[in-house]
Design a protein. Sequence first.
Length: 217
Amino acid sequence: MTHKPKRYYFRFSDHQLLLTGLLVGYIIFVFWLGIRLTVLLSGAVIVALAIASWYIQLKNLKNSPKITSTNLLQIDVFSNHLNHLNYQIPQPSLALWQSVKQQAQSIQQIARQIAEQESTFTPDLLETLHTVLDLVYQLVEALQVIQKVQTPRYRNLAEQQLTSSQKRLHQTYDKLQELHDQMVLETLERRSNYTPTAICQRLQTLINENEQGILGN
C-alpha cells in the first residue's frame, strides 16, 4: 500500500492577500522611483488610500441587508427584501416609497395572521407574497424610469405602470383583509359560507390577478 506524501499549502485570507499585494507594490514603487522622502511619502499615501477605500467598501457590504431565506411569512425576511430596495429609490420618490413599503408590510402582516389561523393556506399565501414583491419591484423600476426619461410618451408609460402597480397592491391588501375577516367571523360564529376550498380558490384568483398585473396585461 503506497502512501502519498502530504502537501502543505499556505492559505492566505483576503485581508492578508490585500496587505501583501500592497506591500509588494509599495516596495516596487519605491525602488523603481528611487529611495527618496517624496517617493516614500507618496507611496505611503497611495497605500493608505487603497486600504481606506477597501475598508469603506467592506463596511458598506456588512451594513447592506442580506436575504438569506425565502420564507416571506417571516417578518425579518420580508422586511429585508423591502429594505434592499431602499438604495434604489430616487430622492423625489422617498415619501411615496415609504407609503408603498408600509402597505406591503401590512399585506405581509395580514398574510401571516391568516397562516397562523389556518396553516393549510401557507403555500398560497407565500405565492401571494412573492407576487406582492414582484409588484413592488415593478413599482420601483417605474420610479427609476420616471426620473430618467425625458420624452412625454415614455414618461406617461412609466407613470401608467406605477399607477397600475399601486392599484394592484391596494386591491391585494383589501382582498386579503376581507379573507382574514371572514375567517375570524367563521371562528366566532362557527358557521360560514366560505369553506377552506373556497378561500384557496380566492387566493389563487388573487395570485393570478397579481401575475397579470406584473406582466402588464
